[in-house]
Design a protein around this ligand. Structure first.
Ligand SMILES: *[C@@H]1O[C@H](CO)[C@@H](O)[C@H](O)[C@H]1NC(C)=O
Ligand SMILES: *[C@@H]1O[C@H](CO)[C@@H](O)[C@H](O)[C@H]1NC(C)=O
Length: 199
């Protein structure tokens, strides 16, 4: 009896943990894995080409809050809330090209599975492209996406002239299994379902 209830408790806990993370799509469905990661991650590291001494022209990586849509409404487009007072945003004004990196190590999944962050089994993506300001209805969606997942943004100092931006993806790189990096075109990426189940 004791053993049975312990077993049930453990099973329930595991199910709870699994459902809170969602199910990672199969590793050979690379575009879906990429969409899954982009939706799960609340932040990204963004590398720009520095415009600041003494590292002008060198890569410069920095952390940014990101959202591709309110939870459960993934668009695949990483949106950001930026100010021109910020050092990396100043780089983007000189050269808007950048690269984002996001990993399931950020969600607790890899630790739970016992995957080192550098292991390809700890699925991660690298996005190439550029950062563009968005306006109008797209800015409305960016605001909803970001503020629902980062509520303190609503209170960030208004004199910093925050604006909404998107990462315009030109290439997706996926590490989700052994055998080297796989690439996904923007079209394949945006057509893929971000969920662990079919559409
Ligand atoms: C958005 O609006 C700003 C200010 O009106 C303008 O400078 C910028 O070019 C616009 N961006 C786009 C992508 O339309
Ligand atoms: C945005 O990305 C698309 C590819 O998805 C590319 O064709 C286009 O040139 C990019 N736009 C800018 C302004 O970088």
């Amino acid at each position: 009896m004791q053993t049975m209830s312990t077993f049930l408790r453990t099973t329930c806990l595991l199910l709870l943990v699994a459902s809170s993370w969602g199910r990672v799509p199969p590793h050979d469905q690379v575009a879906r894995v990429a969409r899954f990661i982009a939706h799960r991650c609340d932040w990204t590291s963004m590398a720009t080409i520095s415009s600041h001494k003494p590292v002008v022209g060198q890569p410069f990586s920095n952390v940014f809050s990101v959202s591709d849509g309110p939870r459960g409404s993934s668009s695949g487009v990483p949106y950001m809330y930026l100010t021109r007072m910020e050092i990396s945003v100043q780089d983007l004004e000189v050269n808007p090209q950048a690269s984002l990196s996001m990993s399931l190590a950020q969600t607790g999944y890899c630790r739970q599975q016992g995957f080192d962050p550098q292991s390809p089994l700890c699925a991660h993506i690298i996005l190439s492209g550029s950062v563009l300001e968005v306006n109008g209805t797209e800015a409305d969606f960016a605001k909803k996406s970001l503020f629902s997942r980062h509520p303190e943004m609503m209170d960030w100092p208004s004199d910093h002239n925050w604006f909404f931006a998107k990462f315009n993806i030109t290439q997706v790189w996926v590490l989700d299994y052994f055998g080297g990096v796989k690439t996904v075109s923007p079209d394949e990426y945006f057509q893929a379902s971000p969920n662990g189940k079919h559409n």
